[in-house]
Write a protein that binds this ligand. Structure first.
Ligand code: PBG
Length: 320
């Protein structure tokens, strides 16, 4: 007797019955970039179809997203004014706080995650307050992260997504939220975040390229697997509700490792460089774009992710 696997694949209905991974729109989170002003919609050269938008246009986009069936967004703010400590993120009328208010007022069902970091708000482009050696001061940065988290959660954000990679940030943020009666606000930690070239196009959109040095002293070394798992497990122990691996494509082994070491829900961030590469291949007519796109999304689910943060979410809505 020969074991015949091909008989499992002959009939389309049987193939469908045996399908092990599926993508559904409810798994997707769509990133939006908010700027000050009115009627602004700036196209970004390195990311086709991704825009910086003022709040009025963000609201139009939310309407559009709801019609497509997408009900979860993640917001990034690009302020007008930057300084050494990112003060503009620490006010109740910060650009993101205003956007959250406006969206919740019009679209109360929309789930809003907010990226919690300082790289868009500091004039040096690093993710927190610098010490005298121009390294990010971990513990001072914890204080302003906690403050920003409380502001955004009280504006109505459902999920705080800290991406600054400071040690102890989940615990500091959870404590601050809890002591301000914000016990229902979720924390989706960018728990395993590599120092990656794939963030390049994002830094154009978010205007957050460091003016000197790199983020290698706080983001993780792409060569380190054990450390990557440790980072996520530590955030779980500090009280994260959802873990994340970022970037996605080159790190699916890490997604699987974390899936097998934690029972928390797990997100992947299909980042800007991954998006830009696939778009470039499409424009150069080098690939069957739609098939490649769906194959990538399935690979995230198969690796063990529950949630996919992706600039492709609107295209997915039209494909599935
Ligand atoms: C930090 C942040 C970054 C991204 C998400 N949050 C940039 C960075 O760490 O340099 C990158 C996302 C992407 O590349 O799409 N605020």
């Amino acid at each position: 007797m020969m074991i015949r696997l091909r008989r499992l694949r002959k009939n389309e209905k049987i193939r469908e019955m045996l399908n092990e991974s599926r993508i559904h729109l409810s798994n997707f989170v769509y990133p939006l970039f908010v700027v000050e002003g009115n009627n602004i919609k700036n196209q970004i050269k390195s990311m086709p179809d991704v825009y910086q938008m003022s709040i009025d246009n963000i609201l139009k986009e939310c309407d559009n997203l709801q019609n497509l069936g997408i009900s979860h967004i993640i917001l990034f703010g690009i302020p007008d004014i930057k300084d050494s400590i990112g003060s503009s993120a620490l006010s109740h009328d910060s650009i993101v706080a205003k956007a959250v208010h406006a969206i919740k007022e019009r679209f109360s069902d929309m789930i809003i995650s907010v990226d919690l970091c300082f790289c868009e708000y500091t004039d040096h482009g690093h993710c927190g307050i610098l010490d005298s050696n121009n390294d990010v001061d971990n513990d001072k940065t914890l204080e302003i992260l906690a403050k920003q988290a409380v502001i955004l959660a009280s504006s109505g954000a459902d999920i705080i997504a800290p991406s600054a990679m400071m040690d102890g940030q989940i615990k500091a943020i959870r404590n601050a939220l809890d002591s301000n009666n914000l016990t229902n606000t979720l924390i989706m930690s960018y728990s395993t975040k590599f120092a990656s070239a794939f963030y390049g196009p994002f830094r154009d959109v978010a205007d957050s390229t460091p003016s000197f040095g790199s983020r290698n002293t706080y983001q993780q070394n792409p060569a380190n697997r054990s450390e990557a798992i440790r980072e996520s497990l530590l955030d779980e122990s500090e009280g994260a509700d959802i873990l994340m691996v970022k970037p996605a494509l080159s790190y699916l082994d890490i997604v699987r490792d974390i899936r097998e070491n934690s029972r928390l829900p797990l997100a992947v961030y299909n980042v800007s460089g991954e998006y830009a590469m696939l778009k470039a291949a499409k424009m150069a007519k080098l690939i069957d774009y739609e098939r490649a796109l769906l194959e990538m999304m399935i690979s995230f689910k198969r690796a063990g992710a529950n949630i996919i943060i992706s600039y492709h979410a609107k295209e997915i809505a039209n494909l599935i």
